[in-house]
Write a protein that binds this ligand. Structure first.
Ligand code: CP
Length: 329
C-alpha cells in the first residue's frame, strides 16, 4: 500500500504487509512517545482534529501524537459548534477545512460520513470512528496490543482464540478488529452477545470466508475457558432508539476477578476499547481486575499514541525522515 497522501477510512484497505509497515513505524515511535527523544519532523504542519461525537482517548491521542511529531493541532469538537448544524454539507466542510490543515482526523455519528467527507478533502483523512461502522485506528492499536501481549508468551496471532463480548451489533471497534483479523490464519472467534446485539452477518461472513472458526453464543460462562484474548465492549447506548431500549441489556455480561479466576485461563488477556461503563448497573469490566497483570486496557490506550504517530508519519510521507529531525530533549 502507498501510504503517502492516502486516506485511512477502513481496515478493508489494509493487507498484512501494510499492517507490518505501520507496526514497524509504531515501534520506532516508542522513544518519542515516552519523551526519551524529541523530533520536529512535522514542525509547521497542522492537524485538523474534528470530533463530532464524544471522545476521550481517540481525540486526545490523535492530538498528542501530532504534537509529539512537532506539529500543531486545531480542534473542532461537537456538531453544534460547526456549520454542519446550519445544513452545510460534509463535502463543503471538507473542501474548506482541508485548506487549513495538512491532515484531518475525524469522528462523526453517521456510518459512511468520514468517507463522504474525504471526497471533498484535499488532504489525507483518518477515520476516528463513523457511527457503528468502523474505527480503523482502534483496530490497529488493538491488533498491535494483541501482538505484543501474545509475543510475551511465545505465541502469535495466527491460531489464537479470541472471545468478543457485549454489544457486537453496534460496537464499531469489534467490527473493525474482526475484519482486520480476517487477514490472519486459523483464528477461533467466540462471539458472546444477547441475540439482538449479535455481530452483523456481513462481518461473520467475512470471517467464514477467511476460513476462521466462529461460534456465536449468548452465554459467557463456559465460553472463555480456551480464550487467549477476552475483548469486552460496553452497551453502545447512543446507537439505540431510546435509553430504555439500551438499558435492558446493561449488566448482562460482566467480567470481574472471581469470574476470571473461575472461567478463564490463568493468563487470558483482558481487553476493552474503553470507555468501560463503570456505573453499578452496567459495570461490564470490574475495577477489581485493575491489578490483574493480564488486564491490557491501559496498554491498549498507550499504544494508541504509537499507532496514530505512525499513521501521521506514513500518510504525510515523513516516516523515513523521523530521526533526521531529532531535537534536543
Ligand atoms: N476507544 C475509544 O474510541 O475511546 P473514545 O471514545 O474515548 O475516543
Amino acid at each position: 500500500m502507498i501510504f503517502t497522501g492516502a486516506n485511512i477510512l477502513s481496515v478493508k484497505q489494509l493487507d498484512r504487509d501494510a499492517i507490518g509497515e505501520i507496526f514497524a513505524v509504531a515501534d520506532r515511535m516508542e522513544p518519542y512517545a515516552h519523551r526519551r527523544k524529541r523530533t520536529k519532523v512535522l514542525e509547521g504542519a497542522i492537524l485538523g482534529n474534528l470530533f463530532f461525537e464524544p471522545s476521550t482517548r481517540t481525540r486526545v491521542s490523535f492530538g498528542c501524537a501530532f504534537n509529539l511529531l512537532g506539529g500543531m493541532v486545531r480542534e473542532t469538537v461537537g456538531l453544534a459548534s460547526s456549520s454542519l448544524s446550519k445544513g452545510e454539507s460534509l463535502f463543503d466542510t471538507a473542501r474548506v477545512l482541508s485548506s487549513y490543515s495538512d491532515v484531518i482526523a475525524m469522528r462523526h455519528p453517521d456510518a459512511g460520513s468520514v468517507a463522504e467527507f474525504a471526497k471533498g478533502s484535499r488532504v489525507p483523512v483518518i477515520n476516528g470512528g463513523d457511527g457503528a461502522n468502523e474505527h480503523p485506528t482502534q483496530a490497529l492499536l488493538d491488533l498491535y496490543t494483541i501482538e505484543k501481549e501474545l509475543q510475551g508468551r511465545g505465541q502469535g496471532i495466527d491460531g489464537m482464540h479470541i472471545a468478543m463480548v457485549g454489544d457486537l451489533k453496534h460496537g464499531r471497534t469489534v467490527h473493525s478488529l474482526a475484519k482486520l483479523l480476517r487477514l490472519y490464519k486459523n483464528i477461533r472467534f467466540t462471539l458472546v452477545s444477547p441475540p439482538e446485539l449479535a455481530m452483523p452477518d456481513e462481518v461473520i461472513a467475512i470471517l467464514d470466508d477467511a476460513g476462521h472458526q466462529v461460534v456465536v453464543t449468548d452465554r459467557l460462562e463456559g465460553s472463555l475457558s480456551q480464550a487467549d484474548i477476552c475483548y469486552l465492549t460496553r452497551i453502545q447506548e447512543e446507537r439505540f432508539p431510546s435509553l430504555e431500549d439500551a438499558r435492558q441489556y446493561r449488566g448482562r455480561f460482566r467480567l470481574n476477578q472471581s469470574i476470571y479466576t473461575q472461567h478463564c485461563k490463568s493468563n487470558t488477556v483482558i481487553m476493552h476499547p474503553l470507555p468501560r461503563d463503570s456505573r453499578a448497573e452496567a459495570n461490564e469490566l470490574d475495577n477489581d481486575l485493575n491489578e490483574n497483570p493480564s488486564l491490557a486496557i491501559f496498554r491498549q490506550a498507550d499504544n494508541g499514541v504509537l499507532i496514530r504517530m505512525a499513521l501521521f508519519a506514513l500518510t504525510l510521507g515523513v516516516d523515513h525522515l523521523l530521526e533526521k529531525y531529532d531535537a534536543p530533549v
